[in-house]
Design a protein. Structure first.
Ligand code: HEM
Length: 151
């Protein structure tokens, strides 16, 4: 029962993460407004929380609730999945820092004015993150079925 609960929480957090990324992309599509900039800050915070939950629950499943840590650390798709997750985390630092830098401006009810190139870069990063998640899903399906396990 507990492993089903952890599997459920893992999926909910992963879906929340994808939803926040898609939402960020939509909010970054048009010219920023006070409302969209504020939403971006909140959505990015939810993204961070979802990523944290995915990671903690994921590790709990690795160690306690599924096939055991030895199995996963001998699985190429698991190692690839973890590496992709770390990469996504790394590239997401840039948008997060940008959104956080708007805090002061938004408190003064002013609209942030990031350059067009910055906006483009952030949109590219979010696209890359979403692509990474698709690859993670492939890795998840392979690792769960013992494909690419060694030793
Ligand atoms: C955005 C990130 C992630 C997504 C979208 C994701 C998605 C998934 C999906 C869809 C499954 C079910 C696979 C299946 O049964 O076919 C799964 C299983 C699992 N995930 Fe993740 N995951 C993510 C991150 C992580 C991380 C960071 C860890 C570990 C630290 C992790 C550990 C696990 C484990 C242990 C399973 C169970 C596999 C099994 O049944 O043997 N996941 N994940």
């Amino acid at each position: 029962m507990t492993n089903a609960l952890f599997a459920f929480m893992h999926h909910v957090a992963a879906f929340a993460l994808v939803t926040t990324l898609a939402f960020e992309l939509v909010l970054m599509r048009d010219t920023l407004t006070l409302s969209s900039a504020r939403k971006l800050m909140v959505v990015d915070m939810i993204y961070g929380i979802s990523a944290g939950v995915v990671l903690v629950i994921g590790f709990a499943r690795v160690v306690y609730y599924e096939k055991g840590a030895t199995y996963y650390f001998h699985s190429v798709p698991f190692i690839a999945k973890l590496s992709l997750f770390a990469l996504i985390g790394l590239v997401s630092i840039y948008p997060t820092l940008e959104f956080l830098s708007w805090r002061k401006i938004l408190k003064q009810d002013r609209i942030p004015t990031p350059s067009l190139s910055k906006v483009k870069l952030i949109r590219t990063i979010i696209h890359l993150e979403l692509t990474g998640v698709v690859l993670i899903l492939l890795c998840a399906a392979l690792m769960a079925r013992g494909i690419g396990t060694f030793g």
